[in-house]
Design a protein around this ligand. Structure first.
Ligand SMILES: Nc1ncnc2c1ncn2[C@@H]1O[C@H](COP(=O)(O)OP(=O)(O)OP(=O)(O)O)[C@@H](O)[C@H]1O
Ligand SMILES: [Mg+2]
Ligand SMILES: [Zn+2]
Length: 376
């Protein structure tokens, strides 16, 4: 496999390829169609969900020489589009504020702004990680945003909206990108796997998606690792969930669920035997404990009173559990009751650090189990 960096290879080149941000894409598309573009946009949201990608497509669409009337998509073939795709357009200036955060960098930008675009309608400035600009630089940028020349369009991107100057925010049209849902990620990954001619089943894709925590980039980079793995195995067999678990060293949620059942029933001896079984299977105990803690934490939050349906749905999404696993956790949490749940979390939290230093790695967890089964 020549190019394993999937997220570079398959970076969306038109709006229609951007997954999950429908609302944003539609609004941007409409403004391009109608020619009512703003001079400053702010794209905020978590890592790897499409901010830079969308900013580049936007630049392409605005400057495309061959865009059809009533269409917002760039043609992808004219010289302007090609230059942007290849990263050598003179009318698209990308600044990484994480490494160019000083006043001089912004001054340079302000001086450059005066000049009209070399060949296109607009000069587009994408400022990534904009929250990292120094105070002086941010103020200089603000000045520019107050009176931008007609040919300049700014697209600021940030992962940390709260660190942005409110005065800058108020100058921008704001778009909040969101993490992708599991099924949206699965859909995207499925398409990439097909393009790469790799067979991978749905449960395996789900597991990749769950472990990406909503980031498309992370999902694609995990999928890349999976493809390397499948290549090593000859690339003919269908990749299954078990393969992904082995590869990522993930403890199956079902194991965690079974383990918590034993604690709930106060079956200390069985829980310890179970733990030793996990160790024999070669799982890392700290990872196991971390997964268990994460699981219990969601149980704890879930059992806090007065969770609305939409909050519950949000929790389900954040937990990365399937509907069935989520229902099981709910049942366990209601059986354990909040007090005992809290106690158990504290016990296992205390064991986490000790695992590393203990002469017998499972001992701290065994002690925690005994106490957890004693508790209240
Ligand atoms: N919404 C999306 N739809 C399709 N692919 C996406 C999407 N978001 C991210 N990707 C994939 O992830 C890669 C990185 O995306 P991008 O650079 O746009 O993320 P970002 O939001 O700017 O993240 P960061 O905050 O880390 O800069 C892209 O090349 C693309 O392959
Ligand atoms: Mg980016
Ligand atoms: Zn074009």
């Amino acid at each position: 496999m020549e190019n394993l960096v999937l997220y570079r290879k398959y970076r969306p080149q038109v709006f229609a390829e951007v997954a999950g941000q429908d609302h944003i894409i539609q609004t941007l598309c409409n403004s391009i169609k109608s020619g009512r573009v703003s001079h400053a946009y702010l794209f905020s949201g978590p890592r790897g969900c499409g901010k830079t990608t969308t900013a580049r497509i936007m630049a392409k669409a605005l400057n495309c020489q061959d865009r059809k009337v009533g269409n917002c998509e760039p043609c992808g073939k004219c010289s302007s589009c090609l230059e942007i795709t290849n990263g050598n357009s003179l009318d698209l200036i990308e600044i990484d504020a994480a490494s160019h955060r000083g006043i001089d960098d912004i001054r340079e930008l302000r001086d450059g702004i005066k000049y009209v675009p070399s060949k296109s309608k607009y000069k587009v400035f994408i400022i990534d990680e904009c929250h990292q600009l120094s105070k002086d630089a941010a103020n200089a940028l603000l000045k520019t945003l107050e009176e931008p020349p007609a040919h300049a369009i700014f697209i600021l991107a940030t992962t940390e909206l709260h660190k942005m100057l409110p005065t800058i925010l108020s100058r921008c049209q704001r778009f909040d990108f969101r993490k992708l849902k599991i099924d949206e990620l699965v859909h995207r990954l499925k398409g990439l796997a097909e393009k790469e001619n790799v067979k991978i089943d749905k449960a395996a894709l789900e597991l990749v998606a769950i472990n990406a925590g909503g980031s498309v980039r992370d999902a694609e980079s995990l999928l890349g690792q999976v493809l390397v793995f499948s290549g090593i195995k000859g690339g003919k067999e269908t990749i299954k969930a078990g393969d992904i678990r082995d590869l990522l060293g993930i403890v199956e949620i079902k194991f965690i669920g079974d383990f918590i059942d034993l604690l709930t029933a106060k079956k200390a001896a069985e829980a310890i035997a179970f733990l030793n079984g996990i160790t024999d299977k070669g799982f890392d105990l700290q990872e196991f404990n971390k997964s268990a803690l994460n699981y219990l934490r969601h149980g704890l939050i879930m059992s806090l009173a007065g969770l609305s349906d939409s909050e519950s749905a949000g929790l389900l999404l954040a937990s990365g559990l399937t509907n069935e696993e989520f229902a099981r956790l709910k049942q366990q949490a209601s059986e354990l009751k909040i007090e005992r749940l809290r106690k158990i979390i504290e016990l296992f939290l205390g064991a986490q650090e000790k695992i590393r230093y203990s002469p017998i790695p499972q001992l701290p967890l065994e002690l925690a189990i005994i106490e957890a089964c004693d508790a209240v």
